[in-house]
Each structure stands twice: as structure tokens, then as C-alpha cells.
Design a protein around this ligand. Structure first.
Ligand SMILES: [Cu+2]
Length: 346
């Protein structure tokens, strides 16, 4: 391939959003370019035609409402077209389809870490099957990063202390650049990797060769290690609500309001339990902010949190592990629980 043949104004189109974004971009550039060109031609043409001649008198000119209406309405039509077209793409890319599966990602100075539902973990690589929508739930261990996959035409700011989501529908097998598109410190430019889009069979094989026990199963280990079950047990001595089937449910809060138990609520319940207290329970849960990292597995706080979330999202009726008597609840939990009742459960 000659150098010229390699040159292309657009990267490859590897997702079904790519072509749509490109079409809109081309439309915008064509319309604005044409207008810019016409204005330039008029400026030069008029400057020549109406240049100062011998007769200095200027005729008196009155406004024309027809002309003004015309040059207001025609641009309006174009601006509305930009808006409607852009809004449709924006709305579609903000809503993952129902059948999308979830991959979690954590940005960290200066790398990307991903965790698959099957527990597979990878750094600076993201394996995805072709022709299957995938939702990414993203967070950061430190500063703001931004996941940018040019071949998918998608950029998503990744913020610390919350989950943001985006989704992709890869349409072509291949290896595509993954960049951080938000300046995040000294080695920002090194914070890059690859998205590897594979045939379903190949992808299955990759998953199997990297299986470590599902993400939920790993989360269960943390649930026991961190002694959550010391309070959130399913027996009569429970000091806290049972967490079964919690995900997606509407939770009544002590202040009389309600909240939906989504990922960000679960995150907050673990890191800042006092922020939203469940109705009918005492605010005795200690904050786990800073206590989550698992040194033996080399897992940072966000990675452990993701595994805990995967576990809580999967936790169905009757699946709470039995409380291990040898495992005392944390110190804070042994304080007297005056006035606590258990009937406030939703
Ligand atoms: Cu970054």
C-alpha cells in the first residue's frame, strides 16, 4: 500500500454508530462549507462590483421583509435538521438496548482495566464479540479519564466515585485503538490500548481461556471477606436488610423518599452508607471507603466494588450465605442497636 492509499480522513467504521456519526459530520461540513464558500464569493464579488467610483452618492435602500424572511427561514430549516439528526444519534447512543450485556471498566493513572461478567480481567485490552451490543459501566480510581474508540466514534467521560455508562455495537472484527481522551496527568498520552473485536467462537474461546470464576462469585468472596454477611444475614439476628433481589427495586428511605437500587445507589450504600438510610433501619453500617482493596489479589477499591456489585445484582431469593460464627461482624457492628426494628423492609 502506498502512503497515500493509507491516508483516510476518517478512521475505519467498526460499529453501527460510526456510519451514522460520519454521515452527520459530512452533512454538517458540506452545509457549513457551502455557506462559507458562498459568503466568501459574495464578499469578494460585492467588493469589486460596489467599489468606490467617481460618483460618491449612495442610493437610499429600504429593508425587504421578503428577503429577510427568506434568509431566516432557510437557515432555520437547516439548523433544525442538524438538531433533530444529532439528537436522534445522541438519544440512541445514550440508551443501551435491552439485550446488551455488561462489561465493567476502571480508568486509573495510566491504564484501563476491564472486568467481564464471567470474571475475566484484562488491562489495556478489551475483548468484545462482533455483532452483539455491549454496555460499559465505567468508573475511575483517581481523576477524570475518557474512553475513546475512534473506530466506534464514541467518547465517554469516566468520572471517579460514580458509574457512567456507554454502549457499543461492534460490526467488524479487528483490533482498534482505545485512547484516553481527557488529559489526566504526566503519562496521559501513554494511556491507550486496544479493543479486540472477535468472531463469537473466537470470543468464547478467549473467555474460556481467561475464566476465573464469575464476577459475581468473586464478589461473594469479598462479601464474606469484608464480613458484610455479619449484618446482612438472612436469619433472625440480622442487623441489616437482606440484600436479595435488591437490584432494580424501589427502596423506601428513612427520610420518606424513595430511590431505585441501581449501580450508583449500591456504590453509595457501600462507600457512604449514611447518605441514604433504608427506612426502618438504624444507620449503623460503617463506611467501606478505603477498606475494599484486596492486596492478595492486587485489586483496587473500584475493582472490588464492581465484583461486589455483580454479586449483589445476581443475589436471588434464599442465596444469602449463612453467617459464619467464627467471623465476627466488624467492631462498629457490635455497638448496641437501640430501637432497631426489622419490619421496615420493603
Ligand atoms: Cu486518562
Amino acid at each position: 500500500m502506498t502512503l497515500l492509499a493509507q491516508f483516510s480522513p476518517f478512521p475505519e467504521q467498526a460499529s453501527d454508530m460510526a456510519a451514522r456519526v460520519d454521515d452527520l459530520t459530512i452533512f454538517l461540513v458540506t452545509v457549513t462549507g457551502t455557506v462559507g464558500f458562498l459568503v466568501t464569493v459574495c464578499v469578494i464579488g460585492f467588493a469589486l462590483h460596489y467599489r468606490r467610483r467617481d460618483d460618491p452618492k449612495t442610493p437610499r435602500i429600504y429593508g425587504s421583509w421578503r428577503l429577510e424572511t427568506l434568509w431566516s427561514v432557510i437557515p432555520l430549516v437547516f439548523f433544525l435538521a442538524f438538531f433533530v439528526w444529532g439528537a436522534r444519534i445522541y438519544v440512541d447512543q445514550a440508551q443501551p438496548p435491552e439485550d446488551a450485556y455488561t462489561v465493567y471498566g476502571v480508568g486509573k493513572q495510566w491504564m484501563w482495566k476491564f472486568q467481564h461478567p464471567g470474571g475475566q480481567r484484562e488491562i489495556n485490552e478489551l475483548h468484545l464479540p462482533v455483532n452483539r451490543p455491549v454496555q460499559l459501566l465505567l468508573t475511575s480510581e483517581d481523576v477524570i479519564h475518557d474512553v475513546y474508540v475512534p473506530a466506534f466514534r464514541m467518547k465517554t467521560d469516566v468520572l471517579p466515585r460514580r458509574f457512567v455508562q456507554t454502549w457499543y455495537h461492534p460490526t467488524r472484527v479487528g483490533r482498534y485503538h482505545l485512547f484516553c481522551a481527557e488529559y489526566c496527568g504526566t503519562n496521559h498520552s501513554q494511556m491507550r490500548g486496544w479493543v479486540v473485536v472477535q468472531e463469537p467462537g473466537e470470543y468464547e474461546a478467549w473467555l474460556n481461556s481467561h475464566a476465573e470464576g464469575s464476577l459475581a462469585l468473586q464478589g461473594r468472596k469479598h462479601f464474606l471477606r469484608l464480613q458484610c454477611v455479619g449484618c446482612h444475614s438472612a436469619d433472625a439476628e440480622a442487623r441489616a436488610p437482606v440484600l436479595e433481589n435488591l437490584y432494580g427495586r424501589t427502596v423506601p428511605l428513612a427520610d420518606g423518599t424513595f430511590t431505585v437500587a441501581d449501580e450508583n445507589y449500591l456504590r453509595e450504600s457501600i462507600l457512604r452508607p449514611q447518605a441514604k438510610v433504608v427506612a426502618g433501619w438504624q444507620p449503623i453500617m460503617p463506611s467501606y471507603d478505603g477498606l475494599l482493596p484486596d492486596k492478595s489479589e492486587n485489586l483496587g477499591q473500584e475493582e472490588v466494588l464492581i465484583q461486589l456489585l455483580a454479586y449483589l445484582k445476581a443475589l436471588g431469593s434464599g442465596q444469602t450465605p449463612p453467617r459464619n460464627e467464627e467471623m465476627a461482624p466488624p467492631v462498629q457492628a457490635t455497638a448496641p442497636q437501640a430501637g432497631q426494628k426489622k419490619d421496615g423492609k420493603p
